[in-house]
Design a protein around this ligand. Structure first.
Ligand code: PMV
Length: 360
């Protein structure tokens, strides 16, 4: 696969004006992406569960214009958000060679998230993938073509240029992004569905997100990724991610929960170890993040329930467990973990089926 596949091929027809709506979920990485090269190329491959109810719905309203340059406004829950401008401007500039009609229309981007904006859950993965799917849907309308498989692939390619991990939110289930010699079809350019057998236990895995700290992160992912350049442990980390992904293949096939837990928790802690050992160093975990981790370990040790944690680039904890343990684990979360959350808040989610078109 090369970037050529995503350059425009057919001539565009003119559509006067219109609107269309797409929705895309967030995702949670099991093997983490941390570090990138120019053009949003990851320095190691990653794999994630696509989530279901944590999602962004975006309506793209478009009308033709004759002035030069890009023209757009972004609204979150009906309110104009000028502060989203620079990120969308950069995204549009990056994808212009692949979506040249961006300069021919004025856009109104109306977006809303199912999860609270201040929750510390990154909205960039769901937001960028929903917007990318809107643009590819419009491209199909302008070129009078329809190829749903290609559309998702191109939307993943574009979403990656907005926010790397967003490219893993188009497909459902388990998604791999980044080249890996043991994963057929894996690519640095797009997220692909995990191409091998998956044990039933991983098809409806549960994820309860504990909102430990709802504030803005002190260090953005962009800064964190950049600190992997010249990081003393960078190469070891990239090799480790390759090894973990290789180890994941038989684990996912056989339903080996012990193996799964061991890789997933090692990955979460390695990600944060990179932050602890960057120059400058930083810590995104909070005391309650550690309290939750210890409580999960205690509970697992005493009950044998295969529950584990993972972390993204923040203080929140994702509690992962098989659906058939839901009743017990949710009781444990309510009784022993919610007290560590800000305002006792958590969000329940599970593996979902990916981005979709709502109204076209
Ligand atoms: O897509 P970004 O630039 O927000 O980076 C995401 C990085 C992690 O969430 C920490 C890991 C991952 O693979 O999603």
């Amino acid at each position: 696969m090369t970037i050529k596949e995503f350059l425009p091929k057919q001539p565009y027809t003119i559509i006067e004006s219109g609107r269309l709506t797409c929705s895309a979920p967030s995702n949670i990485a099991l093997v983490k992406y941390w570090g990138k090269k120019p053009q949003q190329i990851p320095t190691n491959p990653s794999i994630s569960f696509t989530l279901d109810s944590c999602r962004t719905t975006t309506t793209l309203v478009f009308s033709p214009k004759t002035t030069k340059g890009l023209a757009f406004e972004v609204f979150l829950d009906g309110k104009l958000k000028p502060d989203f401008g620079p990120k969308i401007q950069q995204f549009f500039e990056r994808i212009l060679p692949y979506i040249p009609f961006l300069e021919s229309y004025a856009f109104r981007i109306e977006t809303s998230n199912t999860f609270p904006h201040s929750s510390g859950i990154a909205s960039s993965a769901s937001g960028m993938s929903a917007l990318a799917l809107c643009l590819v849907t419009l491209e199909e309308q302008l070129t009078l073509t329809s190829n749903p498989e290609y559309a998702k692939r191109k939307a993943s390619f574009l979403a990656r240029l907005g926010s790397g991990s967003a490219c893993r939110s188009l497909e459902g289930g388990l998604v791999v992004w980044g080249e890996h010699s043991d994963i057929l079809g894996s690519s640095d350019l797009v997220g692909i569905s995990f191409p091998y057998q998956i044990h039933d236990v991983f098809k409806n895995y549960q994820d309860t997100i504990l909102l430990i700290d709802e504030g803005e992160k002190q260090v953005s992912s962009t800064v964190g990724h950049n600190l992997m350049h010249n990081h003393p442990f960078a190469n070891q980390r990239f090799n480790q991610a390759h090894t973990h992904l290789k180890e994941m293949i038989p684990v996912l096939e056989s339903g080996d929960l012990e193996g799964f837990i061991s890789i997933v928790e090692r990955e979460a802690l390695s990600l944060h170890a990179m932050m602890l050992t960057s120059d400058p160093y930083f810590i995104l975990m909070k005391p309650n993040t550690l309290a939750v981790i210890h409580a999960i370990w205690d509970y697992r040790k005493h009950t044998g329930t295969p529950v584990c944690f993972t972390l993204d680039a923040g203080a929140n904890v994702h509690v992962l467990y098989p659906k058939n343990t839901s009743a017990d684990v949710q009781h444990f979360i309510d009784r022993h973990l919610l007290k560590y959350c800000q305002n006792k808040r958590s969000i329940h989610d599970e593996v979902g089926s990916g981005a979709k078109r709502i109204k076209i």
